[in-house]
Design a protein around this ligand. Structure first.
Ligand code: GLN
Length: 209
């Protein structure tokens, strides 16, 4: 059965963006544009009263190391056990349980990732993605502009996790596990705010559960 579209007021959400390294400013800009109250997270006490958290793209080894240094790893893990977290690119790596390397991860999602799966910076690319889950956000469903920058691939989606988007050749680039969301691409670098709105939808769903 198709879920019904639920209107919601972005002004009722307070979302934090982990601001240690990477493209956090771009996420903050999209959230502000759609009317969400935002917080830049650098300290554990800044995550207490948030409705959701975004972990941006960047360098997952650096983000992980800084999260350890700033005592944020466990508070983020605890937050993710109760509330919504969305990781883009390096953020998706942080959410995964396994990145085939020895680096700090949150391990909240039952997904495995392959870092830099498309090669070096020069191998960055853009492609249109079909993301059926976004139908719940927009009355005019259309493909989503996927921007991949030294992106990971999601190589295994297990347990409660489910696939949200594939490349045309079938490789997995987005997954969801309840209120946790991982995208290998960068919606914050586009004018299309549907994935940000979808994240608010996950927050709302979690609140209602
Ligand atoms: N290559 C980075 C990593 O492995 C991710 C790149 C990105 O976030 N755009 O952590």
């Amino acid at each position: 059965m198709k879920k019904t579209r639920q209107p919601f007021d972005p002004g009722h959400f307070k979302v934090g963006v982990l601001a240690l390294q990477g493209s956090f400013r771009e996420h903050l800009a999209v959230l502000k544009r759609i009317g969400v109250e935002v917080v830049e997270i650098r300290l554990p006490e800044q995550i207490q009263d948030l409705d959701g958290i975004i972990i941006p793209g960047g360098e997952s080894t650096t983000i992980g190391k800084l999260a350890v240094d700033f005592d944020l790893l466990n508070p983020l893990r605890e937050f993710g056990g109760k509330k919504a977290i969305w990781g883009t690119c390096a953020g998706a790596i942080m959410l995964s349980k396994d990145a085939h390397r020895n680096q700090p991860l949150l391990g909240l999602m039952d997904i495995t990732v392959d870092r830099n799966a498309f090669g070096r910076q020069i191998a960055s690319f853009e492609t249109e993605l079909d993301i059926p889950a976004l139908d719940i956000i927009s009355s005019a469903p259309s493909s989503f502009p996927g921007i991949f920058i030294r992106a990971p691939l999601i190589t295994a989606v297990e347990g409660e996790a489910e696939i949200l988007a594939n490349l045309p050749d079938g490789r997995i680039v987005a997954a969801r596990q309840g209120h946790l969301l991982a995208t290998a691409f960068h919606p914050e670098l586009t004018d299309d705010d549907r994935v940000h709105r979808y994240f608010l939808h996950l927050i709302q769903e979690k609140r209602a559960s």
